[in-house]
Design a protein around this ligand. Structure first.
Ligand SMILES: Cc1cc2nc3c(=O)[nH]c(=O)nc-3n(C[C@H](O)[C@H](O)[C@H](O)COP(=O)(O)O)c2cc1C
Length: 167
């Protein structure tokens, strides 16, 4: 697990090689097995591979590198299905989506694929583009592809001393 966590990094430069079906099935299966609050699994995944749809998706996150990915998984959360904590109504949808998305990202890395979490996109435009039903929000775009040769990891992290307290 440590090796996989070290291996995964945000890839923002892809080759044009299509992602193999088996690799996609594998990473989606890993995502399916993610834990969620009260096991409600309030997620759905739109796997975008058609060039015209990838181009449309690139209008909601206008970055050249993003448009060059041969595949993008739109990770959606259903706020009507997600667990809301009784005490204060806290919606756990985003937490569940984050867990399953990182399952996707780690499984992709394991398969030799690169990916990058993208949240800084026009979610309303994306929802309209994909014609998502009421209550369903596109929460993360995860472009996926084989890393190009110029793709380099930059794993800057705080030290354990900075972030851990022991009591
Ligand atoms: C919730 C979340 C949202 C992110 N949104 C974006 C984004 O919109 N665009 C982008 O280029 N990277 C985005 N990232 C990637 C982060 O910048 C990246 O994970 C962080 O700098 C650490 O680098 P690493 O992934 O290479 O380890 C996002 C990451 C997370 C976890």
């Amino acid at each position: 697990m440590l090796a996989l966590a070290q291996q995964r990094y945000s890839v923002r430069s892809f080759t044009s090689q299509p992602v193999a079906d088996e690799a996609l099935q594998y990473i989606l299966e890993v995502a399916r097995l993610a834990p969620s609050a009260v096991n409600l699994q309030p997620w759905s995944f739109v796997v975008v591979r058609e060039r015209s749809m990838l181009d449309s998706l690139a209008t909601v996150y206008a970055r050249e590198w993003f448009a060059s990915a041969p595949c993008c998984i739109v990770v959606c959360g259903n706020h009507n299905e997600a667990w809301h904590r009784r005490y204060d109504g806290k919606d756990h949808c985003d937490i569940d989506i984050a867990i399953t998305t990182e399952h996707l990202a780690l499984a992709a890395a394991e398969q030799g694929l690169g990916s990058c979490w993208v949240c800084n996109f026009d979610a309303a435009a994306c929802k309209q583009l994909l014609q998502l039903p009421e209550g369903v929000e596109p929460i993360v775009l995860l472009p996926i592809g084989y890393p190009a040769q110029d793709s380099v990891p930059e794993k800057k992290r705080k030290t354990l001393e900075e972030i851990v307290t022991w009591r």
